[in-house]
Design a protein around this ligand. Structure first.
Ligand code: 1CP
Length: 343
């Protein structure tokens, strides 16, 4: 008999499932009417810091969208914040009054305060109390480069972080010291989340593509491996999402992660040829396809289902986060369609 009744838990732990598991990056905030109502009266930061509210939002996608896994409601920027970088959470998104690029010795001013993450432990405890037994919870952190981009450059509307990339070449030692600080804090954050009951962990390296794949592999991947090793100390699986890594995905191996989350730029079948066979794949539907008509969406789902039947170590997801104004009925159509597919 299969050990797991939940398809996400089955597939990520290398057991078989009747259909692909489904969840979507950024499913917890953004789209849900219940969440959007909450943001009329509460700032994002307030919801995240309140264990009851954050737990409620974490579990909304299970009830309201039919997802197979919940992802902790928090943000990747809690690590820069816990290191002492000032982050202002505005309605337009995060703002950074003092990006570190202006500092001569940027790592010298950092000071990791683990108690800044206590609210995440409280949120996870509350989630564990509220959730159904077989609902998996995914913990996460930002990738080292993505955290570094925000810490050095602040928010960049172009998402290219050109000044930060120049800095990596001109101030390598300073950048490595910052990566070290981010990684040590992320390791502690992994241990905290694992101690409070998560079932899997995703590393969101949303800005892997701002540098060359070679530079990423040489300068950043060793830090990713440390975060992965920390997760594995708890016997938990790791999903790595290196957005924009391109053909760099062929450099990944079992030290880096268990599953690679593929962005929407890379065809999934090409990704399967490039990524080491021991690693599973997650992804990669273009989030904007969710604005198309349901018959058009269905054509794509057929292809993902066929892919799963050929490669069972596969988790359905988007190629990046779900967009804010996505029609909820199209999200529900996707989860319901996969549920029907197993019958
Ligand atoms: O499903 C979920 O929403 C779970 C919680 C979650 C996650 C996984 C949030 C809540 N943020 C994240 C990750 C995150 N945060 C990433 C990596 C994934 C991605 O690329 O989308 C990044 C880059 C951030 C940084 C961030 N936080 C931004 C983007 C800023 C930029 O430079 O463009 C924003 C707007 C936030 C605020 C935030 N985080 C989360 C929410 C619900 C919000 C409020 C606004 C929003 O809904 O986006």
């Amino acid at each position: 008999m299969a050990q797991y009744s939940n398809p996400f838990l089955a597939v990520i732990n290398h057991e078989s499932a009747c259909r692909p598991p489904v969840w979507m990056m950024r499913q917890a905030g953004r789209v849900l009417p219940r969440y959007r109502n909450l943001t009329k009266t509460h700032l994002f930061r307030t919801i995240m810091a309140d264990a009851k509210l954050a737990a409620e939002v974490t579990l909304m996608p299970i009830d309201d969208m039919g997802m197979d896994a919940a992802i902790l409601f928090s943000d990747i920027l809690v690590i820069p914040e816990a290191l002492g970088v000032k982050v202002e959470w505005t309605h337009e998104g995060p703002a950074f009054p003092h990006p570190l690029m202006a500092e001569e010795h940027p790592a010298a001013g950092l000071n990791f305060t683990p108690s800044h993450l206590d609210h995440v432990a409280d949120t996870l405890d509350e989630i564990m109390r509220q959730k159904k037994v077989d609902t998996p919870v995914i913990g996460f952190c930002g990738g080292p480069l993505t955290c570094l981009c925000y810490m050095l450059g602040g928010r960049d509307k172009t998402l290219q972080f050109t000044e930060v990339v120049r800095y990596l070449y001109t101030h390598r030692q300073e950048a490595l010291q910052l990566l070290e600080a981010i990684t040590s804090a992320s390791e502690a954050y992994v241990h905290l989340q694992a101690a409070h009951g998560i079932d899997a962990f995703q590393i969101f390296e949303s800005f892997a593509g701002v540098i060359s794949a070679e530079l990423y592999a040489e300068m950043v991947l060793p830090f990713v491996r440390r975060i992965t090793a920390a997760v594995r100390q708890h016997g938990l699986p790791v999903i790595f999402f290196p957005k924009g890594f391109g053909t760099g995905i062929q450099m990944l191996n079992q030290q880096d992660c268990d599953y690679v989350s593929i962005d929407w730029q890379t065809p999934l079948t090409t990704a399967r040829q490039l990524v080491a066979p021991a690693l599973g794949l997650q992804g990669n539907m273009d989030p904007r396809l969710l604005f198309a008509s349901q018959p058009v969406i269905e054509q794509h789902l057929q292809q993902y289902l066929a892919f799963f039947r050929e490669h069972p170590n596969y988790i359905f997801n988007l190629g990046h986060g779900v967009h804010k104004d996505t029609p909820l009925e199209n999200v529900q159509f996707v989860t319901e369609w996969f549920r029907q597919a197993q019958k």
